[in-house]
Design a protein around this ligand. Structure first.
Ligand SMILES: Nc1ncnc2c1ncn2[C@@H]1O[C@H](COP(=O)(O)OP(=O)(O)OP(=O)(O)O)[C@@H](O)[C@H]1O
Length: 526
């Protein structure tokens, strides 16, 4: 017991935790102490071992060795059910909810933990309503999960954990998919939970969030815990240095450059989803060679559909796309492979579903979409040696860890998976590069690197369409910015004239010329 006999034991104590995956030593002699009723952050580069560590605490992985103490008592966590029984809950990066079921059904699912069948539906409904009210979560128990925006889906995950009796809540990169407004709301909820004595463990790459909400912060590097700081005694620069081992540039080194000829011309593009709702409305713009055109917008305002149509995942319904003179419209479809052959590359927003095939090796994933080009070999068959050698080279340049072309794509940490996708698409030297959320889940060192690579591709003449919910990222890289709201382009601004407040208002659907006394909070990529 620390601090004399009267102080309570820590909520969580990890002692000399070790975990290996084959030859990767993901967690090496990790010690971590978390006091009850605090918010503790864990930061570290991609692949540092953060998710592995919290997965061990949640009983998802078993440690090879080491001890776990909850409230001072040693526990054996051999399954997530064990963890739930010990009062541990987890909100995952990829939600574990069933989209076609209601909120109530979802929280009733898999009740291994704090409440049982005898609780009955009506009792659960009451507790759900009470918790939702206590924390201002605004959740309708009968809503279908698929109809809720991601911010609300995440609250359902939190409610599910609380209903199972969680007193220790783990959140693994909870804001990666949230708008800045949703993230602020999440932090209010976390502060309320802390006031009620819940202990919170937060993994994030965003140092702004660490500084805003945590009491303590722990830094991991190469599988080890290398530093602990009281948040009030540190700052972003200090933490960045501890993580990466060098100073980090928080803003990309942008320089002006005259763009070349038009390469991608979009005219009157309108698109409807499967339910007939209009998701893109009369979109027209021109993208030039050697230009980065940023699309700013709150997620869910048509940006994803725009990328889907431009990359050939969805057919053009109304309007035309002209790529290097070639016309694509409703009568003349091009699928993503055909588009790649005319030089249109795509870094998709969702690396799990569209960027990688998780059971494939890194080498196989590194030629996805390019298997018909000479990077895959010259004859009828794939030249595996050539593919692996090229993949090894890309992995070295993009600092993918482990740098092993034969490693299974699904066995890389989230940020390293993202680097594989970014490396593949930039290395194809496309004429047009469509980019969706390029730095989601990526550590600050890698953000700096990816930004540098995007600017370098622009300087080589590539025309880049950059979609990101991080306004800082859009402002740092784009020569021109278009703002999207409700499926329409509602504003345009040049790099030098970009004003985050004006853009923020347009993103929210407010005409900045008529808005008074409204300021919009800036977002932060790191
Ligand atoms: N299921 C697995 N199979 C094989 N290797 C794995 C598995 N899970 C993790 N690893 C390896 O363990 C190491 C640590 O991964 P982990 O996901 O814990 O990192 P992280 O710090 O959470 O990274 P990120 O910030 O990118 O999410 C990585 O090198 C990864 O490749």
């Amino acid at each position: 017991m620390r601090g004399g006999d009267v102080s309570p034991p820590p909520a969580v104590e990890l002692r000399r935790i070790n975990k290996r995956f084959g030859r990767v030593h993901a967690n090496r002699d990790i010690d971590l102490t978390i006091d009850a009723g605090t918010i503790t952050g864990i930061i570290g580069e991609n692949g540092a071992g953060k998710s592995t560590l919290v997965s061990i605490l949640y009983g998802f992985y078993s440690a090879d060795s080491g001890d776990i103490l909850i409230d001072g008592t040693p526990v054996a966590l051999t399954s997530t059910a064990d963890a739930i029984r010990c009062g541990i809950g987890m909100v995952h990066q990829h939600f574990m909810l069933v989209p076609t079921m209601s909120v109530l059904d979802n929280v009733m699912l898999g009740r291994e933990g704090g409440f049982t069948l005898t609780d009955g539906i009506s009792k659960t409904r009451k507790r759900l309503a009470q918790l939702s009210e206590d924390y201002g979560l605004e959740i309708d128990p009968d809503a279908l999960v698929q109809d809720l925006p991601v911010g609300l889906q995440q609250r359902v995950e939190i409610l599910k954990a609380l209903l199972r009796g969680a007193r220790i809540l783990i959140l693994d990169e909870p804001t990666g998919v949230l708008t800045p407004q949703e993230a602020d709301r999440l932090f209010e909820i976390l502060r309320m939970l802390k006031q009620d004595g819940v202990t919170i463990l937060l993994i994030t790459h965003k140092l702004r969030e660490i500084m805003a909400i945590t009491d303590d912060v722990n830094v991991m590097r190469h599988g080890q815990m290398v530093a602990h700081r009281k948040t009030k005694d540190t700052n972003r620069e200090d933490l960045a240095r501890l993580m990466v081992g060098r100073d980090v540039l928080f803003t990309a080194k942008y320089h002006e450059k005259e763009p070349g000829a038009p390469i991608l011309e979009i005219d009157a593009l309108t698109h409807h989803d499967s339910r007939g709702s209009t998701v893109l409305s009369d979109i027209s713009f021109t993208l030039r060679a050697g230009e980065i055109l940023g699309i700013a917008g709150v997620s869910g305002n048509g940006q994803s559909q725009l990328l889907d149509v431009l990359s050939g995942i969805e057919p053009v319904q109304e309007g035309t796309i002209r790529v290097a003179g070639e016309v694509i419209d409703s009568r003349n479809r091009r699928d993503p492979t055909a588009l790649r052959q005319v030089g249109v590359a795509h870094i998709p927003e969702d690396r799990h579903h569209r960027g990688l095939v998780l059971p494939f090796s890194a080498a196989e994933s590194s030629i996805l979409g390019y298997h018909l080009t000479d990077v895959a070999g010259s004859g009828l068959f794939l030249d595996l040696q050539k593919i692996e050698a090229r993949c090894a080279d890309l992995m070295q340049r993009y600092d993918v860890r482990p740098p092993d072309p034969q490693w299974r794509s699904g066995g890389f940490s989230g940020g390293n998976q993202q680097k594989i996708v970014v490396a593949r698409e930039i290395a194809a030297s496309p004429q047009v590069l469509l980019v969706g959320q390029p730095t989601r889940g990526v550590d600050i060192g890698a953000i700096e690197f990816i930004h540098k690579e995007l600017l370098a591709a622009r300087d080589r003449g590539c025309a880049i369409l950059l979609v990101s919910v991080e306004l800082d990222e859009i402002m740092a890289l784009s020569d021109r910015i278009l703002v999207m709201n409700a499926g329409r382009i509602v504003g345009e601004t040049a790099h030098g004239e970009a004003d985050p407040n004006r853009i923020g208002l347009m993103m929210a659907g407010i005409d900045p010329n008529n808005a008074r006394d409204i300021t919009v909070q800036e977002t932060g990529a790191a």
